[in-house]
Write a protein that binds this ligand. Sequence first.
Ligand SMILES: NC(=O)c1ccc[n+]([C@@H]2O[C@H](COP(=O)([O-])OP(=O)(O)OC[C@H]3O[C@@H](n4cnc5c(N)ncnc54)[C@H](OP(=O)(O)O)[C@@H]3O)[C@@H](O)[C@H]2O)c1
Length: 336
Amino acid sequence: MKTTPQQSYTASSKRYDNMQYRRTGKSGLLLPALSLGLWHNFSTTDNFENAREILHTAFDNGMTHFDLANNYGPPYGGAETNFGAILKKDFLPYRDELIISTKAGYDMWPGPYGNYGSRKYLVSSLDQSLKRMGLEYVDIFYHHRPDPETPLEETMGALDHIVRQGKALYVGLSNYRAEEAKRAFKILKKLGTPCLIHQPRYNMLDRWVEDDLLATLDENGVGAIAFSPLKQGILTDKYLKGFPKDSRVVKDGRYLKVDQVASELERIKQLNAIALERGQTLAQMAISWLLKDDRITSVLVGASRSSQLLDSLKALNNIRFEKETLEKIEMILKAS
Ligand SMILES: NC(=O)c1ccc[n+]([C@@H]2O[C@H](COP(=O)([O-])OP(=O)(O)OC[C@H]3O[C@@H](n4cnc5c(N)ncnc54)[C@H](OP(=O)(O)O)[C@@H]3O)[C@@H](O)[C@H]2O)c1
């Protein structure tokens, strides 16, 4: 439902009608097949009503999971602050229907205690995140990236401590390779706080998880939530006719570069043709392609407007692929 700044929000009564929910590893927690990430477009410097509308659209369509991190912005903390304001305005009556996650692991504040994986950093960072969002607890707290210097026992011990403090219900890891993830799972299990989920980058053009991470997660009963499933917008039809002024690559350019988009355009054209044959947009096909694997608990999309989310949600109508289609896709993806 579209609201004006003055209006309060009432969630759609049909919000659970079409979403599929998948079990997160061997846990009791179900996540929506599509989750919403607040990395871009949700900060204090972004349009508040637009961010609010995207969140309404997500929840109205059964996307019960919103993913944040301490440093999403700019400025750092901005996405959590803004999300906190929207939560207060619209979502407090629905808190028990939501899975809210945040993370710490990248640079957040100056000095030696605002980065990487010490107990000092993780515990204080989550306290700050909870304050910014106006929450008593998050549902999932992640260590955002491995820290080669801090003993894994200390980082995992901090995650266990945070759960025992009641500040997170579950814990997860992000960007850990298979071997280090396996060691972390063992430590967490021993501590009595099993790892719920792993958050790796995974999309048609970035498939490192297929080497051994997905098998490791499966063997250990840990869920997988794939981030940047559209490769930040490259795996859509948006760049086929040029570089739109309001696109991430033009507007922001911190993490997505023009050259990176340009070098993929030939493959994107070919993939787009296959998507059209399937009756899908390329964004929908890129999401379906991930969801065909039932080891993927959820696909974590971003959006700069609610119409994109409505488009992406239609991926759920067709996540099956003919063998021949998969082979054609594989040929395109393997060509350099
Ligand atoms: N753990 C980590 O280290 C890590 C790192 C990165 C991201 N993440 C998480 O993953 C989330 C998603 O990442 P992401 O934003 O890179 O995901 P993405 O889904 O690959 O890219 C989102 C962008 O794609 C475009 N888009 C989305 N839907 C579209 C559609 N249907 N049609 C055309 N264009 C569409 C929009 O670009 P425009 O803005 O150009 O319109 C949107 O901003 C983040 O918000 C964050 O929660 C985690």
